[in-house]
Design a binder for this molecule. Sequence first.
Ligand code: ATP
Length: 458
Amino acid sequence: MQEMTKMEKIVGLCKRRGFVYQGSEIYGGLAGTWDYGPLGVALKNNIKKLWWERFVLGREDVYGLDAAIIMNPAAWVASGHAQGFADPAVQCKKCGAYWRTDHVIASQLVEEGNYLCPLGSCRTALGTEEELNKQSKSFNMMFTTSVGAGEESAIKTYLRPETAGGIFVNYKNVLDSMHPKLPFGIAQIGKAFRNEIAPRDFLFRAREFEQMEIEYFINPKTWETTFEEWREEMHGWIKAIGLPVSMVHELEVPKEDLAHYSRRTIDFEFDYPFGRSELYGMAYRTDFDLASHAQASGVDLTYFDEATGERFLPHVIEPSLGVDRTALALLCASYTEDSMNEDSRVFLKLSPRLAPVTVAVFPLLRNKTELVARAREIYALLRQAQVGAVVFDDNGNVGKRYRRQDEIGTPWCVTVDFDTLGEKPEARDTVTLRDRDTGKQERVNINELTDILESKLV
Ligand code: ATP
């Protein structure tokens, strides 16, 4: 049997252990959609919580927002998305699949000067680069929908392709209600939708995904220094979530590839098992959005600087982060195979603040009521102490429970045994605390357990 690739193993683990399922699976799925199970939603929520704590609660100059996904279509005309949010695509005449032309070229699957269909089971010649560019048709990736009853009166609009749109149309609201001084940011976490030509690579390219975006409004004179500051912030975040620095690389996006609104973009790429690809983007959007919305809506969106007496349209630096690509990068970076006690094991080396389960509590044996009762007490104690997510597990033997918790990335397991109950008087009221990465167990006093866990969580 062919050995499974790392990606296949990660996808398998995600499904088996309740991280990620195929969207609408019982109906055969829907390409480009994924459903997060109990552990996946916990991981995603931890990512979003950490981001919000760091960039909204942790700063004086960033305000939170939760704007509607469905917006007045005029906003998407003004932003240029209704006309220009498109990718060139080619269709393979043999298998019928559509591909993004730039992805076909980047795949470098060439035979006798012809690029091949990227589908592994097809590989039909699609043509030379020149022919591909000629055949390409522009494909708008916005999902359309209609608002209101009745075919004639319903308005055709879009599901937002990026959360940024909701921020720009609320810029003046936030300015008027919070009176911030420049520079300041508006942050939002939410769903975005793109009818991707070829969704692929698990969570990497989905049609429905989540973004964490900040539009940081500045005086245009300072754009270069602010760009550098946010670049550092991006690296700080990447480090804080525990992605290895060596797996993240900056890519200066060439002028000809910049999005229609950007004057400068840096992509932060990650070494996924399927190759190096974008994790996050950071763009200098100039005043493109505010100028377009001001013109289209007729609302004055200028900012008055009391200190200098200047009136101008602020410019924008935008750090844009995908929640799903963060989850995927974390799963890929943390997936580890090793052997422990002569047994092979798989574990996720997730940062304790991101792991779906923080502590698992076990009674050594499930059929000894005293052990179970004591373990239940400790479980309740830890839950009350709010040391993250705590689970109780008495299924199978302790070795199997450790393996199960390792596989989902639980950093610590607490086991209640006969010594806890006083079989060895000197060990009464102590438990074992086991570390996921080393497998080492230490005996700790129950009274000190929450303090120890809290100190490890910092
Ligand atoms: P790509 O070049 O990979 O299509 P992009 O440059 O179009 O991505 P942006 O418009 O910069 O992406 O979106 C900001 C962030 O949103 C990306 O860095 C990524 O984290 C996330 N993202 C974008 N498209 C998708 C998608 N189809 N599936 C999952 N996440 C996405």
